[in-house]
Structure formats: C-alpha cells, structure tokens
Ligand binder design. Structure first.
Ligand SMILES: *[C@@H]1O[C@H](CO)[C@@H](O)[C@H](O)[C@H]1NC(C)=O
Ligand SMILES: *[C@@H]1O[C@H](CO)[C@@H](O)[C@H](O)[C@H]1NC(C)=O
Length: 588
C-alpha cells in the first residue's frame, strides 16, 4: 500500500459520507466485545528510548554487538532528525526534498538508547533483507530509484559510539535483475539470499547476483494472486518464506495457498490445502513462523504457524472490520498434512511473531480491526499473546501485559540479546505526523501519530520458578563453530531448591529482518547437550549459591538446519533463558 495512499484516501472518504450509521453499530459492538483478561505478572515493558529520531519500517539486531539497525523509507519528506555533521543527500528526483538533510536509518543501542545516524541514498520503502554468512547486513529493493538496489551494511558499522563516526550503508555496487518492492528474502545454505516476489513481480532471484543471472518466473505467485482486490496488492506479496531442514527446499505461503518449492529446479514439490479463513499475506497482514526445529527428531520435521490477518479486503476497505482471530498450524514435512486451526484470545492484524529462546512464540504489535495504514485500522492490540507450541490445543495461548503505545502499520519486533523483544516504529500516515486525528467519525483513533519511541517487552518466561537466569561464559574453544562439531560452553546458574528436577535446554536463534509483520529468515533450532558437568568452584554471589558448569553441545551437521551465519546461543534452565545470549558464527 505504500504508494497507493491517495487512491485509498479518496475511496474511503467517499464511503464514509454514506456509511456512518453502519460505523456506529460496529463501534458499539467493539466496546462490549473485547474484554481482555490478563493474569498477574505476565511480562514487563520498558522504554528503550522516547525518541530515536526516525520511525522504523524495518529492523534487525546486529551480530555480536546486539545493536539494532532501524530503517525507514528515504524518499518521503522529513524525519525527526538531521545529520549532526550537516550532511545532506542531493537527489533532484526526490519526491519532496531534492536536498534531504534528514536521517532515515539509525543504529540503536537497546541498552543505552544511544543512536548513530546512518546515511542512505536510495528509497528503502517496503524493501527486504537478511544477514549474510559473514555477518554483514544485506538489503535489497524498495520503491522508485531503490527498486533494483542492493545495499550492504558492513559488520564494522554495527556500533553506536562515537555517534558522529561515519560508517554507512554501501549501495549500488550490484543490481537486482528487476525491481523488487514488497519481496521476501531468505538466507540460503550456500550463502546467497533468495529474493521471492514483490509487487507485480511473480519471480525470484538471488543476491549477490551472478554474471548471467535472471529473474526466474514463479507460477505460484501468479496463481495465488487475489485479482479481486487490486491489480497490484494481490494478497500474496511479502510472501512467508521458510527454509526447510533436510531437503533445503523452501516453504512458501502466499494469500491462502502454500507450497514446498525446489528453487534450484523451479519445481513445486508439494501443494498444501488453502488455509481456512481470510488471506494472510500483505496487505492482509497476518504473520508466520516456522516452529523451532528439534534435535530430538534429528530435525526431520518442520511445522509452520500462520496467525491473524485482515478479514476486509483491499478493494473493500473497512477500518472497522474485525481482524482474524485464527491461527493455522501445519506439519509441512509430511505428505497430505492439513491445517489445524486454533483461536487466539485477541483478533489481530499487523502482528509480529517472534521465536523466543525457550521455544515459545510471542505475538505482538498490530490492531484488532481494519488492515494496514492510512486510516484503514483501528483499535491497536496493546497486549501481546504468548503461544506455547508444546501444550495441548486449547491451552496454548496466554495474554501478556499491555503497553500504552500503539504499534500498528509499519512497526517492527525483534528478539534482543537479553531475551526481551524490542518493538519500534508505527506510522499509519504517509508522512511524519505527530497529531492523532479522528478525522472521520466515529471517535476511535485511526490516524495514529508517527511513533518515534522504542520499547521492549520481557516475556514472563519462568521467573517464578527458582533457579534464576543462567550466565554464559565464552565457549571454551572459540565462537566460530563448524557444523557437526562439539561446542564446549561454560555457564553459571543458581542452585535451585530441587536440583534433581532441573531442566536444561540449548537453542540457537537467527537474527531476522523484521518488516511488515514478518521476520524474514527467522529460525530457532534446539541443540543436543552431550553432557553437562558441574565443576568444582561453585560460589556464593550476593547470598545466592551458584554452580559453575560446562555443557558439551552437539552442533547439527546439516547446512539446511543451520545455514552458515551468526546465531544467538541460549541456555534455558527451568524455563529461564540466560541473561544474555552468546553470538556464535556457524561455518561449514
Ligand atoms: C522533532 O520533533 C520535535 C517535537 O515535535 C520537534 O520539536 C523537533 O523540532 C523535531 N526535530 C526535527 C529535526 O525535525
Ligand atoms: C571443543 O571442546 C570440546 C570439549 O573439550 C571438544 O569435545 C570439542 O571437540 C572441541 N571442539 C572443537 C571444534 O575444537
């Protein structure tokens, strides 16, 4: 929707003039129908920064530093921050600022709130990205002059201080074959990213491109297009893409359809039934994760979860239409599997789904009604919801403590290195606008102000279970780890009242690229501990007795389980993840 704003506004305004009575009825229903029960101690919110200078359409947590790259669009007028050294972009074709001195990308330290501006030349609106095997951030496409651009942010730029250092995005050394706007990227086992789809672009390609590479047509993105909505926003852009273990095929979900796709041979291996209910992809704005891969079955099975989305269609925008309350879960590695449907406690569109270190899923951000931006949504969902995949159906969801800050269209969510989930952005307007207007009756806020604040939510994990959060030491034999090797990890943990019942879980999570309700490249893998040894040298710190332990961890052998890249390593004791992760680089 990023560029159709005017068309949308006008069609909506016309309908309001005739549709007011209808709206009153729906608004009254909303007030009685949405009481949310929150049990005590369901997580904690904190403000990371009241103003980071920009709003965030895209966000990614950078390997090793744990700082967060925030990125907005860069061809759409002023942000709230100018470059301290007076730098400006000169671009005569910019729609609003041929001389643009405003910041459109920053790197943020989520502990201190300090930001360092990053210079960006080309329009990153509705673009996509992924960390590459060597840890640099690869970023592709966007709107207008940015549509074919490949950008990289090098690892040595992932710091915030001193804030006046120049270390920026590098753009345009190579080009995509075609413009890609609203595409999805996924890191592949061979180190390239695959870039799937985009608005009006039923094809895929790779970055970095090879000498003779072309965009490869993809029929699935034609057959899944919803032509009843609009010619371009076909409910199948920003497809959900998950790299499957063992086969290395891709699971691709678009609209209500999904397939297993062999990208090397351009062959559909399996086609799944349509998910019941509404379309889920952009602009319907549901979300999806591949549930954690498990060492117990040697990573043979993969399940996909798809939640929420708009129930009103683009061609028939209804800011008051209740969003979908359903999630579909499907085992994608067995033939003939079917969607199993579940109901969330709160309907949600524009939510983000985050894989937590303890293998649960957090669903956060979004709204209860409408779809996407430009006044098309109402009633922000201020309460995240936790989904516990291992529990029995019917008992998997719990409602978390709410925030006061709406994060609706163009907002992001990312797992931080302390196990909390950072949320940033939200802009339902075309430009930076700090006034909340109720331009159209009824008085439910639909035009939310552009959000410059950043918050983080710490899920409850198992804080009530004694044992505390472990503290990890650097791996005994380095943090560059080969597939199929054994990693020796040292960690401290509190001696619990019933040590015999202690449980330990070890997980690796990728740092994904969060944009438009989907975390591109998100995966979480549990790994086997071959042994856990308690060493002599336990001690008492602040009155708490602690064990010093080592665990020998079996790193999976298969590049399709862990495509070589940087991962966050977690130890989870009795449900409590370590105070911080350790970054390790997986290599072939
Ligand atoms: C940022 O917003 C504040 C509050 O509206 C305003 O006072 C300030 O001038 C803005 N800064 C820039 C650079 O736009
Ligand atoms: C790391 O240390 C463990 C324990 O000594 C050992 O078994 C493993 O082989 C080592 N791994 C590497 C890659 O050297």
């Amino acid at each position: 929707m990023c560029a159709m704003e005017n068309e949308w506004k006008w069609s909506l305004e016309r309908r309001w003039s005739v549709g007011m009575l209808m709206a009153v009825v729906v608004a009254v229903q909303a007030m009685v129908g949405n009481v949310v029960q929150v049990a005590a101690a369901q997580g904690v919110w904190r403000v990371v920064s009241k103003n980071v200078g920009i709003t965030a359409m895209h966000a990614a947590v950078t390997p090793v530093t744990g700082n967060v790259v925030l990125l907005h669009q860069s061809n759409n007028g002023p942000s709230n921050m100018t470059f301290p050294d007076g730098r400006c972009k000169l671009y005569p074709n910019d729609r609003f600022l041929p001389v643009d001195c405003y910041v459109h990308s920053v790197i943020l330290d989520p502990n201190s709130g300090v930001v360092r501006p990053l210079f960006i030349q080309t329009d990153t609106q509705c673009s996509s990205g992924q960390f590459l095997a060597d840890g640099q951030l690869g970023q592709t496409g966007g709107d207008r002059e940015g549509a074919q651009v490949i950008r990289n942010l090098a690892r040595n730029c992932f710091f915030v201080t001193p804030t006046n250092t120049i270390c920026d995005w590098v753009e345009g050394a190579q080009k995509l074959n075609v413009g890609r706007w609203y595409a999805t990227n996924q890191l592949l086992p061979d180190g390239r990213q695959i870039i799937v789809g985009g608005r009006g672009q039923p094809s895929y390609e790779y970055s970095p491109p090879s000498a003779n590479s072309k965009a490869i047509p993809m029929d699935f993105l034609k057959t899944s297009a919803d032509v009843t909505t609009s010619a371009t926003d076909t409910n199948n852009i920003y497809p959900y893409v998950h790299l499957l273990p063992t086969t290395g095929y891709l699971y691709i979900f678009a609209n209500r359809d999904s397939i297993i796709f062999d990208y090397i041979n351009n062959v559909v291996i399996r086609k799944f039934p349509k998910i019941p209910g509404n379309p889920r992809n952009y602009p319907s704005a549901g979300s999806s994760v591949m549930l954690p891969l498990k060492w117990q079955d040697n990573f043979q099975t993969a399940e996909v979860l798809v939640c929420g989305g708009a129930t009103s269609m683009l061609g028939n925008q209804q800011p008051q239409a209740l969003c979908s309350v359903t999630c579909g879960r499907i085992q994608v590695t067995t033939a003939n599997s079917k969607w199993k449907m579940e109901s969330m406690p709160i309907p949600r569109c524009m939510g983000d789904m985050i894989l937590l270190p303890d293998m649960n899923v957090l669903i956060i951000n979004g709204a209860k009604r409408g779809l996407q931006g430009w006044g098309m949504q109402s009633e922000p969902t201020l309460n995240p919801v936790l989904y516990a995949p291992k529990k029995t159906a019917g008992q998997r969801f719990s409602v978390m403590a709410g925030t006061v800050t709406p994060r609706v269209y163009h907002s992001t969510a990312n797992l931080l290195t302390d196990g909390s989930v950072m949320v940033a952005g939200s802009n339902t307007n075309e430009f930076y606008t700090f006034i909340k207007t109720n331009k159209w009756w009824p008085p439910v806020g639909r035009w939310w102000p552009t959000e410059l604040s950043v918050e983080a939510f710490t899920p409850p994990y198992a804080q009530t279970v004694a044992g505390g959060r472990p503290r990890m030491l650097s791996p005994a034999n380095g943090s560059v780890v080969k597939l199929s090797s054994v990693l020796q990890l040292g960690f401290w943990d509190d001696i619990s009242p019933k040590p015999a019942t202690d449980t330990f879980l070890f997980t690796l999570s990728s740092p994904p690229f969060s944009t438009h309700s989907f975390s591109q490249g998100q995966r979480l893998v549990s790994i086997k501990s071959l042994s856990i040894t308690t060493l002599p040298g336990g001690r008492v710190e602040n009155g708490v007795s602690k064990n010093l332990r080592t665990a020998n961890l079996q790193i999976p052998a298969d590049v399709t389980v862990l495509p070589p890249a940087y991962y966050m390593l977690w130890v989870v004791k009795n449900g409590n993840p370590s105070k911080s992760c350790l970054w390790i680089q997986i290599t072939k």
